[in-house]
Write a protein that binds this ligand. Structure first.
Ligand code: NAD
Length: 488
């Protein structure tokens, strides 16, 4: 019964590229396989775009730009709003699809439909609020008009960890602003984006406004698009090394860029924290999405007086977590995206242990089919351990201690990343100080999850450039134009 439901859903998902409003095979008939990370089995064969397909997608985006920019903001907004409504109707399908291609537990996938959908609703409302200003120049000799124009054709590259939300977080503001777009999902999880493009087509998105390129050769397919002078914007979410390489390519065309890159989030627990809340926050900040979030708490930095109690309480909870396929009832820890991700968790924990850390629970890969790693807690992690420097991207909670606030802040900031920090304290003045001393683009004060379509998401340092969501999100796709007219 369940398997037939999965098969029926997979059958409905397009397997072709979406270019100029048409579904078509890749040039030369190239294909790629999409796998279920819980079983390792192929679940669908889809088109594998080449550079010729990239050129066709670029042509469509460029040819459609003018008419889409002229489409009334209300019309653009209403298309996004209808997409939001239809997504709610299909929430169960989108959730299951994400669980199948990415592995996250179904309940979390449903949560992502909620979160990802909100970008459609938020930007449907922002489309009609794009505004400028008008006034005299200081000399009183002319009128200054400041207006906002769509940047132009945009190339959107998304990662595999949030297949729907990372797509809607870019597509919705781009379309609301009047930009056409080409989206290139991660090759590991392309099905959600294909199914979402079909939904947009159904709610009346004009042909050519959005293209979808699925490919196993991302670098080769992306390079000519980024080099094309008709492209005006590159928005990327993914790892810092790939972001750096894309920024270099974008520099040649002086492209507008948004970069949502890696993180190494500190999670600070002060001696006065409400430990019950800190433990709840820790579990959310660490184990949501099986630890595979750029916002995942990577380093638990806990005051020495409460570290043992904090470790004891989180360990009790983590040891009770159920590992399995995300479609199974009660599972909270699904598979990692692939075996390479499991190998990374193995090596980070081994390195920490070799340098003196203690494993309180977990600490091993799970034998058998699929890419599973046990939910794990390690404590007493020595300075310099790889696990403190690299993104874990897995279900491993690693604890170090601090002595006072200055020590906590120094440890928290000791990373090239600066996406998000979490702070648990009852001292409001301290919380306020940390909003200024933590070198991050976002901070959760006594909360473990803070993403919201109404909030500006983004980082500082090597975590990126730009913000997605909130009032700021649409400005990533708008450019300011200033006009002067003589005194009337
Ligand atoms: P990745 O950098 O390997 O890939 C991201 C996307 O870029 C994928 O679509 C991939 O196919 C594509 N890509 C890879 N190499 C490319 C190239 N040379 N040219 C063009 N495209 C290329 O990252 P990932 O493994 O998919 O995602 C995990 C990373 O994403 C983590 O570092 C995580 O922190 C980060 N992330 C950041 C945010 C954020 O908002 N800051 C959100 C989610 C994930």
């Amino acid at each position: 019964m369940t398997e037939s439901r999965e098969a029926a859903l997979l059958e409905k998902v397009p397997h072709q590229l979406f270019i100029g409003g048409q579904w078509r095979d890749a040039t030369g008939g190239r294909t790629l396989e999409v796998y279920d990370p819980a079983t390792g089995a192929s679940i669908k064969t889809i088109a594998n775009a080449s550079v010729e397909d990239a050129a066709a997608a670029m042509d469509a985006a460029a040819d459609t730009q003018e008419s889409w920019a002229r489409t009334a903001p209300r019309v653009r907004g209403e298309i996004l709003r209808r997409a939001f409504d239809l997504l709610q109707e299909r929430a169960d399908e989108f959730a299951l699809l994400m669980t199948l291609e990415m592995g996250k537990p179904l309940a979390e996938a449903r949560g992502e439909v909620g979160y990802g959908g909100e970008f459609l609703r938020w930007f449907s409302e922002e489309a009609v609020r794009i505004a400028g200003r008008y006034g005299s120049n200081p000399e009183g000799t002319g009128r200054m008009i400041v207006t906002q124009m769509p940047v132009g054709p945009s190339y959107l590259i998304t990662p595999w960890n949030f297949p729907l939300a990372m797509a809607t977080r870019k597509i919705a503001p781009a379309l609301a602003a009047g930009c056409t777009a080409i989206v290139k999902p991660a090759e590991l999880t392309p099905l959600t984006t294909l199914y979402f493009a079909k939904l947009l087509q159904e709610v009346g998105l004009p042909d050519g406004v959005l293209g979808v390129l699925t490919t196993s050769t991302s670098a080769a397919v992306s390079a000519p698009i980024i080099a094309d002078p008709r492209l005006r914007k590159l928005s990327f979410t993914g790892s810092t090394p790939v972001g750096v390489s894309l920024l270099k390519q974008a520099a040649d065309g002086v492209l507008r860029t948004s970069m949502e890159l890696g993180g190494n989030a500190p999670f600070l627990v002060f001696e006065d924290a409400d430990l019950d809340k800190a433990v709840e926050g820790a579990l959310q900040a660490k184990f949501r999405n099986i630890g595979q979030a750029c916002t995942a708490a990577n380093r638990f930095i806990v005051h020495e007086s409460v570290a043992d109690e904090f470790a004891r309480r989180v360990t009790e909870r983590v040891a009770a977590m159920r590992v399995g396929r995300g479609t199974e009832e009660g599972v909270t820890i699904g598979p990692l995206i692939n075996d390479t991700a499991v190998d990374k968790a193995v090596s980070l924990v081994q390195d920490a242990v070799q340098r003196g850390a203690t494993v309180l629970t977990g600490g091993s890969r799970v034998a058998g089919a699929g890419s599973f790693y046990q939910p794990t807690v390690v404590t007493g992690v020595a300075a310099g351990s790889d696990i403190l420097r690299e993104e874990i991207f897995g279900p491993v909670l690693s604890i170090v201690t601090f002595t006072d606030e200055a020590d906590a802040v120094a440890k928290a900031n000791d990373t090239e990343y600066g996406l998000v920090g979490y702070v648990f304290t009852r001292d409001f003045a301290r919380g306020q100080r940390l909003t200024e001393t933590l070198q991050t683009g976002m901070m959760g004060l006594n909360v473990g999850v803070l993403s919201n379509a109404a909030a500006p998401f983004g980082g500082v340092k090597q975590s990126g450039i730009g913000r997605e969501g909130g009032l700021e999100g649409i400005h990533e796709y708008l450019s300011t134009k200033y006009v002067l007219t003589p005194d009337p």
